[in-house]
Design a protein around this ligand. Structure first.
Ligand SMILES: Cc1cc2nc3c(=O)[nH]c(=O)nc-3n(C[C@H](O)[C@H](O)[C@H](O)COP(=O)(O)O)c2cc1C
Ligand code: SF4
Ligand code: SF4
Length: 260
C-alpha cells in the first residue's frame, strides 16, 4: 500500500511531526509532499492521504486551503488531518476536516500536536512553549499514530474504514487580513542584509523579489513571518520586532522528542 502526506510547514515543526508519523506507520509506504514546492500531486496510486499544516490564526493556513480546493474530486479516499499549534489550535481540526471532506475524501482520523511557538509576537510575549509537547501530549500523539496503524491494517485487509472524529474548540476564525495587519510593515537593515536570497527562497506566498536587497510585494504578503524567522542575519524587522523572537527551525528539544 502507498500513502502520501501533503504538508505545509513554515519553520519545520509540522514537517518534523509528519516525518515522525511516517517513521512510525507500518505496512504502508508513505511519501512526503511539500504543497509549497511540489505542486498538485497525482493521488490515483495512493490508498491513504494525510493533510498537515500548522494552526494559523486558529484555522488551517490559506495555502493548504487553496491546495485542497485544487485537488481533483475524490470518491471517499481515506484521509487524515493533522496540525501542529503553538498555543491554541482553535477550530483548525474541524475546519481542516470539512475542507478535506468537501473534496470527497473520507476523514478517518485527526490530531493536533502542541509544539513550540514560531509566531514571534507570542515568543516575545513570553509564550514560546519550548517544552511542548508535554508527556501527555506526546502520548496522545503516539495513540493517534497507533490508531492510524490499526486503520492501515484494516485497509490492507480490504475493509472499508469508518469516518473518524476530529476535535476542536469552536473559537471564531480571524479575518485573513489579520496576520498581515498584526505583522505590520517590514523593513530591511541594509547593513545586516547580505543579499543572500534566503528570504525570497523561503517566502511561501512568493511576495519577495531581490533588487539586490529584498523588496516586499504587500499585495501578495500574508504576514507569515517566515522571512523574518529565516533571515540568517536578522536583517528583517518591523516597527515592533527587531533582532529577537526568531524561530528558524525546530528546536533541539522538539527534535529529541520526535526522533524516529
Ligand atoms: C502567522 C502565524 C499564525 C499562527 N497562529 C497560531 C494560532 O492561531 N494558534 C496557535 O496555537 N499557534 C499559532 N501559530 C504558531 C504555529 O501554529 C506553531 O508554532 C506551529 O508549530 C508552526 O509550525 P511549522 O514550524 O510547521 O510552521 C501561528 C504561527 C504563525 C507563523
Ligand atoms: S535573508 Fe536576510 S540577509 Fe538574506 S537577502 Fe533576505 S534580508 Fe538579506
Ligand atoms: S514576505 Fe510576507 S508572506 Fe513572504 S515570507 Fe515574509 S511575511 Fe511571509
Amino acid at each position: 500500500m502507498k500513502g502520501m502526506i501533503c504538508y505545509y510547514s513554515g519553520s519545520g515543526n509540522t514537517k518534523l511531526a509528519c516525518e515522525y508519523i511516517i517513521g512510525n506507520l507500518k505496512g504502508i509506504e508513505m511519501d512526503m509532499h511539500n504543497i509549497v514546492k511540489d505542486g498538485i500531486p497525482d493521488l490515483n496510486n495512493y490508498d491513504l492521504v494525510g493533510f498537515a499544516t500548522f494552526t494559523d490564526y486558529w484555522a488551517p493556513s490559506i495555502l493548504i486551503e487553496d491546495f485542497i480546493k485544487k485537488l481533483p474530486q475524490q470518491k471517499s479516499k481515506p484521509a487524515f488531518v493533522f496540525n501542529t499549534y503553538g498555543f491554541i489550535s482553535g477550530k483548525t481540526q474541524k475546519i481542516f476536516a470539512e475542507q478535506v471532506t468537501a473534496r470527497g475524501f473520507k476523514v478517518i482520523a485527526g490530531h493536533a500536536l502542541h509544539t513550540p511557538e514560531n509566531f514571534p509576537p507570542m515568543i516575545m510575549a513570553g509564550r514560546a512553549n519550548e517544552q511542548a509537547p508535554n508527556d501527555k501530549e506526546l502520548k496522545n500523539f503516539k495513540d493517534f499514530i497507533s490508531q492510524l496503524n490499526s486503520q492501515v491494517a484494516q485497509l490492507g485487509k480490504g475493509k472499508e474504514l469508518k469516518k473518524g472524529k476530529v476535535k476542536g474548540a469552536m473559537l471564531p476564525a480571524f479575518p485573513r487580513t489579520k496576520a498581515k495587519d498584526d505583522m505590520g510593515e517590514k523593513f530591511i537593515d541594509e547593513a545586516l542584509c547580505t543579499e543572500c536570497g534566503v528570504c525570497k527562497a523561503s517566502c511561501p506566498y512568493v511576495a519577495i523579489r531581490l533588487d539586490p536587497k529584498p523588496i516586499f510585494d504587500l499585495d501578495k504578503c500574508y504576514g507569515c513571518w517566515v522571512c523574518f524567522n529565516h533571515c540568517p542575519t536578522k536583517a528583517i524587522y518591523t516597527n515592533k520586532f527587531r533582532g529577537e523572537g526568531h524561530y528558524p527551525k525546530p528546536i533541539d528539544g522538539l527534535k529529541e522528542k520526535l526522533k524516529v
